[in-house]
Write a protein that binds this ligand. Structure first.
Ligand code: ATP
Ligand code: MG
Length: 415
């Protein structure tokens, strides 16, 4: 029996303990289960606490003032308590997986069987939040101590039930730095191709978690080696060719950065349009899709710096994605061993230029441009852009400068 130190001053924990207390006072069993227990055993502060209970969903709903019935037919109720939400799930086993994606239904059961339906031994631990005692039906504590990720039960069977689990194994490897145990790894490779049957949203969420770990590159390497990458993101695997090593190391250099940076770095080999397509295929938010495309595009353009025309450089570096693009490009070049003069140049410029340098005030509007002699129509936009370019180069500073400059522009262009 192992005992963990309880984070008694963490309000997320005290809320979870309160949920357990309320259920126990009403005669039910209740425990903290899953990722939070794993984290506590590993000495990591859990982000969220999930609770498993013998109480039926209706009993859970009756026990708390604020509940959200997120999946009552699967035994899951969210409880709102003290400004936080807790997932409270009735002990259950999944009834068959016809589609390899989600259970056809659930049967309510006892604690032990609820643990045995879970994916990996380190995720099958049970905590009594009053005593700190950890109940371990599956050898999860020993596996954590040994740094091993192991499927609960027969790995191949467990992966056939839910085709996402092999990708979860890789994600947990990236998260923990643990080794995937041999039989589990063999089953990951065996089942990898079937991940294509999983919904894009579930794949995206796992890859997202993988990218946000301390070892995103390890995740990519394992996804590549196992065949998961080819099955889940075929266009990316294709663009990377046979080699995941450079992309993996580049990703590791970016560990801890924002999601946009990590996703753009992952999508980098696809080019801007391919990166946007990948984001859309994964049903990313519009904002994320645009960031992936924009960062990759800006990164490719920055690679061609310095540019003799300072207006070109300013337009490029004032892009909202420029700073992120410089970071991704730098990580990439560091791994390919290519010359990084473009990165140093971009950094120097970004540091030197003020907002005002990059976004000079507009000196003329469209009708003023027409008054100077530019014909109405598309030429007006071109002229305004040309004036701004001249400002960016420092050739034009005032309204009078702009009008004078524009007369030359009109004369030069029409004559
Ligand atoms: P994280 O720290 O990323 O939240 P987690 O272990 O809490 O990791 P969740 O996806 O939140 O992962 O799931 C909570 C628990 O539910 C897991 O620890 C595991 O016991 C179980 N679980 C989740 N997804 C699956 C699955 N696809 N198959 C089997 N068990 C699962
Ligand atoms: Mg969780």
């Amino acid at each position: 029996m192992i005992r963990v130190d309880l984070p008694a001053r963490d309000p997320a924990f005290t809320g979870a303990r309160k949920v357990v207390r309320v259920l126990r006072e009403r005669g039910h069993e209740a425990y903290v289960v899953g990722g939070a227990v794993r984290d506590l055993v590993m000495g990591i502060r859990p982000r969220e606490y999930d609770i498993a209970t013998s109480a039926r969903p209706e009993e859970v709903q009756a026990s708390f003032r604020h509940t959200i019935p997120v999946g009552v037919q699967f035994g899951v109720v969210r409880v709102r308590l003290w400004g936080r939400e807790y997932e409270v799930a009735t002990y259950r086993v999944d009834l068959g997986y016809t589609d390899g994606r989600r259970p056809d239904g659930v049967r309510f059961t006892d604690l032990r069987e609820d643990v045995l339906r879970r994916d990996f031994t380190m995720n099958g631990l049970v905590l009594d939040p009053e005593s700190g005692e950890v109940t371990d039906f599956v050898g999860g504590c020993a596996d954590i101590r040994a740094g091993v990720i192991r499927a609960i039960g027969e790995a191949a069977e467990r992966f056939a039930e839910d085709r996402l689990r092999p990708l979860r194994a890789v994600r947990f490897a990236a998260q923990t730095g643990f080794r995937i145990e041999d039989a589990t790894w063999a089953a990951v490779r065996e089942a990898a191709g079937e991940v294509r049957r999983v919904s894009m949203e579930r794949v995206r969420d796992e890859v997202d978690k993988m990218l946000r770990t301390a070892r995103p590159g390890l995740g990519l390497r394992l996804a590549h080696e196992s065949g998961l990458l080819r099955a889940a993101l075929p266009a990316l695997a294709e663009a990377m060719g046979g080699d995941a090593e450079v992309p993996a190391r580049a990703l590791d250099r970016l560990a801890g950065r924002e999601g946009e940076v990590l996703w753009a770095a992952l999508a980098w080999p696809l080019g801007p349009e391919g990166a946007g397509r990948l984001g859309r295929a994964l049903r990313h938010s519009r904002r994320m899709v645009e960031a992936m495309r924009g960062v990759v595009q800006a990164g490719r353009a920055i690679r061609a710096l310095p540019d003799p025309d300072v207006a070109v450089e300013k337009r490029l570096l004032r892009s909202p994605h420029a700073a992120e693009a410089v970071g991704v490009l730098e990580a990439w070049l560091a791994e390919t061993g290519e010359d990084a003069e473009c990165v140093r140049h971009a950094r120097d410029r970004l540091a030197a230029w003020t907002r005002e340098d990059l976004f000079p005030p507009r000196l003329l509007n469209g009708s003023e441009v027409i008054e100077v002699g530019i014909p109405a129509g598309p030429r007006v936009g071109e002229a305004l852009r040309a004036v701004e370019d001249a400002q960016l180069r420092g050739e034009v500073r005032t309204r009078d400068d702009a009008i004078r400059w524009l007369r030359g522009f009109a004369g030069g262009a029409t004559g």
